[in-house]
Design a protein around this ligand. Structure first.
Ligand code: ZN
Length: 282
């Protein structure tokens, strides 16, 4: 475990924010970023993401399986962000989905883009790769460090919090975009919230940091990106109250995994942030 400073403003000024699974997260006293500190060294982080297992007080199993219901959510996000226009032109769009997991978003895009999309997903977890390939999806893993291809769109959903150094990683993605290319990012908009209102579990030490809209927009603008659209949604873990959802939560409580939260009325439900940004042509 190593002691780290804020990767956004490089300040070492920090206060304890919360603890989970034998790990601590701190809040940067200068910019509000919430991050794991101390944290595993870089080699350990890479190994963990390859195997899908992360060692804490207990072994967290983060492999899971293909979640069909996610496709409905993704389809409605693609509509909200007007992607139909992108695919209505008579031009093939090359799209790279980073950290595609089991491939739910890749599969949604394959249908949504039809003949006008060429989509590749990359995923370090070998088990997830195999599952996605069985569904006929083009899922691979390659080192982005040395990757030379360029794309029209790069998406990274629920990847940000896993990144060891987001400004560096996102800068790399921007370089991999064609002129006028775009990023689509999804992560939590939560770093400004007091710990008691933050969504949980934090999934430490799998998640290394938590940002918010202000910090992420600044980061993208510093990299020469223009933010086109942002939208926040209710976190999937907060069910909308209804008698049926209550029954479902009770079922989830008893089912293996015990994923029920019973958080029908959180103070800040809409922390699921999506951002679409475009590379400015110089
Ligand atoms: Zn900071």
């Amino acid at each position: 475990m190593i002691e780290v400073d804020c990767y956004i403003c490089h300040s070492s000024n920090k206060t304890h924010y919360d603890s989970e699974n034998g790990h601590n997260i701190v809040k940067c006293g200068d910019c509000d970023l919430v991050y794991l500190n101390p944290r595993p060294g870089l080699e350990e982080i890479t190994e963990a993401s390859k195997s899908g297992m992360h060692r804490g007080d207990e072994l967290l199993k983060v492999t899971g399986k293909f979640q069909n219901h996610l496709k409905d959510t993704y389809l409605s996000r693609l509509n909200d962000f007007n992607y139909a226009i992108l695919f209505s032109q008579n031009k093939k769009v090359s799209w790279l989905d980073i950290g595609c997991g089991h491939g739910e978003f890749v599969e949604t895009l394959t249908t949504f883009g039809g003949d006008n999309i060429e989509i590749i997903g990359i995923e370090p977890n070998v088990k997830k790769q195999e599952g996605a390939r069985e569904r006929g999806l083009d899922i691979r893993f390659f080192d982005l460090e040395t990757h030379q291809e360029k794309y029209d769109v790069i998406s990274a959903l629920n990847v940000y919090s896993h990144l060891p150094n987001p400004p560096e990683d996102i800068a790399k993605w921007c370089k991999m975009l064609n002129e006028g290319g775009e990023l689509l990012l999804q992560t939590g908009d939560s770093a400004h919230l007091p710990a008691k209102y933050h969504h949980k579990p934090y999934s430490l030490p799998d998640h290394l940091s938590f940002t918010n809209k202000k910090l992420l927009i600044e980061l993208l603008e510093n990299l020469g990106m223009k933010v086109i659209q942002t939208k926040n949604y209710r976190m999937a873990q907060y069910p909308v109250f209804s008698p049926l959802e209550l029954v479902k939560e009770v079922a989830r409580f008893f089912l293996p995994g015990h994923v029920a939260t019973f958080k029908f009325f959180p103070k800040y439900p809409d922390c699921d942030m999506w951002i679409r940004a475009k590379k400015i042509t110089k």
